[in-house]
Design a protein around this ligand. Sequence first.
Ligand code: S5P
Length: 275
Amino acid sequence: MSPHPTTLIPYAERIKFHTNPTAIKILEIMDRKKTNLAVSVDVTSAKEALEVVRRVGASVCMVKTHCDIFEDFTPAFTEELLRLSKELDFVIFEDRKFADIGNTVSLQYSSGIHKISTWSDLTNAHSVPGPGIIAGLSKVGLPLGRGLLLLGEMSSAGSLAVGGYTEQTFKMAQDAGREFVIGFIAQNRIDKPEKIGEGEDYLIMSPGVGLSAKGDSLGQQYRTPRECVVESGADVIIVGRGIYGVEGGEEAVKSEAERYREAGWKAYEERLGRK
Ligand code: S5P
């Protein structure tokens, strides 16, 4: 099977295909820092999450959070995360997986304790409610220059986001236009070459990445960075426990992030034919 055309274009050369400020920022950072690694800091303490971010920040293009799992969430957390994002040059992705009607998600995005839209460059949504979810989030996020990913596939065993669901999710994004929807959480390039036009570029971000473990006891399934980037054409690899969960203390977390960055970047160079 011939490679997907998008995967043969360097990240920096894809910037011109985007108008969304967050998409442009992600591609610029990836090129500048030579990293396609996103670290997911799924710890229950915001203080601890910031410590992980300080250690891995130099190696990543993106830090992904689940702000609703922090027991000590305060606005001070997001202030410090924003400061670190500038100092260490990464984008913030709140993995909120919105899944409600447009009016509700616009409130969940802008309001409540977390006020996600005020600090998170990127967020994501399930397509299950229909296009109103994009419209609701866009109303809040687009004026702020934020970006949105739709979940086209999931890494977990038995996911229902397959086949026609995935195809219709792609179509929903395409119909919405690329001002706000910049790509997908997916395990494959769901932007099939025959469905996209010239310069129609989407960012595919793949979770479920591990260099050692193959899965967990709750359905998570892991692939290697090479499998994701070379074989499946992912643009960004998302790693959680493989990095912050490594044994050996602070230095081990830092060096594990570097190990994943190197593996992800080597895979990217291989797919460009630069190896
Ligand atoms: O399909 C998915 C989508 C997401 S965003 N599978 C996932 O695992 N994720 C998220 O990626 C998940 O919520 C978690 O934050 C991260 C994977 O964590 P890990 O510890 O298994 O690497």
